[in-house]
Design a protein around this ligand. Sequence first.
Ligand SMILES: Nc1ncnc2c1ncn2[C@@H]1O[C@H](COP(=O)(O)OP(=O)(O)O)[C@@H](O)[C@H]1O
Ligand SMILES: [Mg+2]
Length: 249
Amino acid sequence: MQPLRYLKKTKGGRLPDTKTFIGKTTLLDKPFVVKIMLNGDMAEKEIQVLQLFRQHPHQNVVQGVYYVKCKAVATNGSLCIPQGVDDVTFIIQEFIEGGDLTKRGKLPTTLWTSIAMQLTYSCIEFYEKFGLLYGDWHMGNILMDTTEDEYHQYVCAKSRQHFTVKTFGLRPVLTDFSRCDVYPHDDKVPWQLAYQISTVWDVLYHKCLDKDVGDYIKNKRMAMGVHDNIGAIIEMVEDVHAYLLRLKK
Ligand SMILES: Nc1ncnc2c1ncn2[C@@H]1O[C@H](COP(=O)(O)OP(=O)(O)O)[C@@H](O)[C@H]1O
Ligand SMILES: [Mg+2]
C-alpha cells in the first residue's frame, strides 16, 4: 500500500481525545478525512452512525468510508496519539472542501433559507426514519459543499409528507456524530425533535445577513421549543418555510 502523502490537522475540534486530519494519498485522487478517537462511547456512536448512513446515504450527511479499531503501536508526533494510549478508532470520511460554517460570513436570505430548511427537514427525516437526534448543533459541525442537484427532497416517514428545498447549488453537510442519540422506535418523544429544530434555528440565526429575518427565526425558535406533537411541529416548519420563500431577497 502506498503511504499517506501528508496528514494535516484541522483547526476545529474541542476534545483532547479526538483529532481530525485531512489526508492525501497517491492511491486516491481526492483528499479524505481521518478522525482519530480514543475508544469509548463517543467512538462507538460515531461508528454506529457511520454504518447507518452507509446503508442509507443522505445528501446532508458526510459519507463515512471506513473505520478501524486498533492498537496505536507507534506514537507518531504528526498523528498526535497521546503517549500510552493504545486503543483508538480511525474513522475515514469523504473530505468536504468548503470547510465548516465558522469559515463563512453571513448569507443572503435566499441561500440562508435553503441551508436552514435543508437542515430542518433533515432533522425531521432523521427523527422519523431512524429515531436519530443529532444533539451537537454548532457551526463547526456543519460543513458546506456544492451540489449539482437543483432540489433536495425530504420525506416524513410517518405522515408520508414530502418537502422540497431548492439548493441554489449548496448543501450543508453534517459531520461529528459522537453526541447523537439513536432511540428505538417507540421510545422517542416529539418534544425532542422540536428541541433539535429550535437549536438549529438558534445556531443559524447568526448567519443571516438580513437582521429582520434573523430576528424572525429567533422568535420562531422559542415558539418551536414548546411543541410536543409531530403534526404541530411539521405545520410550523412549513409555515416558516413558506414565509421565508415569500421574502424575495
Ligand atoms: N469530512 C470533513 N471534511 C472537511 N472538514 C472536516 C470534516 N470533518 C471534520 N472537519 C473539520 O474538522 C473539525 C473537527 O472535526 P469533528 O468531526 O467535528 O471533531 P470533534 O469531535 O473534535 O469536534 C470540524 O469542525 C471541521 O472543521
Ligand atoms: Mg465537532
